[in-house]
Every structure is written in structure tokens, then in C-alpha cells.
Design a protein around this ligand. Structure first.
Ligand SMILES: [Zn+2]
Length: 131
């Protein structure tokens, strides 16, 4: 461990990976905004992609903090999770996107509930704006 703190610039809900459970619950993943340098260190294996623990040597067998098998899985995980340069933080288009997602989620959950024969009020999903 290098003792360097790797702190994301911010985080947001990932609009690309939302799961709606059969009962209508919505599980969201969080995306983190990282600087170019931070992303570079993750890609080069110096920073754990799971918990952002920072290392002096690249690709340790496993992260000593969260036990993630960095040597084996980090690149795979990086390919899966890296979104490239996405619009981040408050922006009109992200807000719009979020609204569309919210609508889709609500509709899907509601339709699913109707299928199951449940009568429920339209689900409300609260997304904190400034987490
Ligand atoms: Zn870790």
C-alpha cells in the first residue's frame, strides 16, 4: 500500500446499470468520477478498482483491503466498468437522461406489479441530487 488516498471527484448513479427486481424494487449502482491520472493508475494496476486502495507495485495478487484479485481480475473489471468520458455531475443532458430513466423504471415496475396482480400506487424513486 502506498498510503496515498485515492478520492473520487464525485459519484453518481450509473444510468447504464440499473436492475429492477421482480417486486419492483430498483437496485442502482454508483459510478465514480475519477481524474485522468486516477484512471491511469487503475488501468496500470496501481489502484484497486474496487476500493481504490493505492499500491506501490502494480497488480498485487489481491487487494489487501478488499481482497479483490487484482492480478487476475482487474483488467476484466476495468473493461466492464470503465465508462470512458461520460458527462458527469449536474448537466442538462444528464438530468434529462435521469428523468427518462426514472420514467422507464417507474413504468416497468408498475407494469410488473400489474402483471403480478398487485395494486400498488405508482412507485416513487428518490434519487439524491447531491450525494
Ligand atoms: Zn481493494
Amino acid at each position: 500500500m502506498s498510503g496515498r488516498a485515492v478520492i473520487p471527484q464525485g459519484s453518481d448513479i450509473d444510468p447504464a446499470s440499473v436492475s429492477i427486481m421482480p417486486d419492483g424494487r430498483v437496485f442502482q449502482r454508483t459510478v465514480h468520477g475519477l481524474s485522468e491520472e486516477q484512471v491511469g493508475r487503475i488501468r496500470a494496476g496501481y489502484t484497486c478498482i474496487k476500493c481504490y486502495e493505492d499500491y506501490i507495485d502494480a497488480f498485487p495478487d489481491e487487494c489487501s483491503v478488499c481482497k479483490f484479485p487484482m492480478r487476475e481480475k482487474q483488467m476484466e473489471e476495468f473493461a466492464k466498468d470503465f465508462r470512458g468520458d461520460i458527462k458527469f455531475g449536474p448537466s442538462t443532458s444528464l438530468d434529462e437522461e435521469r428523468e427518462i430513466m426514472n420514467e422507464m423504471r417507474e413504468r416497468a415496475a408498475y407494469e410488473r406489479a400489474l402483471e403480478l396482480g398487485l395494486t400498488i400506487p405508482t412507485p416513487r424513486i428518490i434519487v439524491p441530487r447531491d450525494a
